[in-house]
Design a protein around this ligand. Structure first.
Ligand SMILES: C[S@@+](CC[C@H](N)C(=O)[O-])C[C@H]1O[C@@H](n2cnc3c(N)ncnc32)[C@H](O)[C@@H]1O
Length: 187
């Protein structure tokens, strides 16, 4: 187990793995996963439903999955090197907290997704609970310095509709700290 997976293990066990498994049921066709990291979602993907996966991250990660049709690309979600309306599914889990340009990232995700295509997302967000939200805001400046720019105070889903992404099934877990769900790109 590498360091990231080791640190995430308690959260994965308590909340995230089950949600990933549910999310990956919606993944099909020509797939893009942005910020794949250590490949935590790969093991839940259904190879029968998937034509091809493009996995993009800012740095190369040493992951071998011979049972999946994956093509690894180094790049940034803020400038995706793909045509408009290309993918049936775009996956983003725990990435939008740390991108440099949140709105541009969402706009790029929507651009490369086909009309009617599925955006599968999971993010940690600013919780609705006033007390927790206040604590997140206080801790955020220090946290973002020690955690590679990760922001605790974002709410990416509030921007989805601006880019034609309509949430058809959205959930929250862990006292509102994590949002996850499925959005469809409308034309
Ligand atoms: C917290 S990890 C999440 C990894 C994985 N998606 C998961 O659910 O466990 C964030 C990942 O996003 C990647 N990342 C951060 N900013 C990015 C960007 N602008 N474009 C693409 N990937 C990015 C990081 O390199 C890292 O692998």
């Amino acid at each position: 187990m590498n360091i990231y997976d080791g640190m995430m293990y308690p959260l994965e066990k308590k909340w995230l793995a089950e949600k990933r498994e549910w999310l990956m049921r919606y993944v099909k066709g020509e797939v893009l996963e942005i910020g794949y990291g250590t490949g935590s979602n790969f093991k839940f993907m259904n190879t029968d439903a998937i034509h091809h996966i493009t996995a993009l991250d800012t740095s190369e990660n040493d992951i071998v999955r011979n049972d999946l049709p994956i093509h690894f690309v180094t790049g940034s979600v803020e400038a995706l090197p793909f045509e408009n309306d290309f993918f049936d599914t775009v996956i983003e889990t725990l990435v939008l907290c740390s991108v440099n340009e949140l709105e541009r990232s969402i706009s790029e995700i929507a651009r490369v997704l086909k009309p009617g295509g599925t955006f599968v997302y999971m993010d940690h967000v600013l919780p609705n609970d006033a007390g927790l939200a206040k604590a997140f805001k206080v801790v955020n400046p220090l946290w973002s310095k020690i955690a590679n720019g990760c922001q605790l105070v974002r709410t990416p889903k509030s921007l989805f509709e601006r880019y034609n992404l309509k949430i058809v099934e959205g959930h929250s877990v862990g006292k509102g700290i994590f949002d996850y769900g499925i959005a469809i790109k409308f034309a």
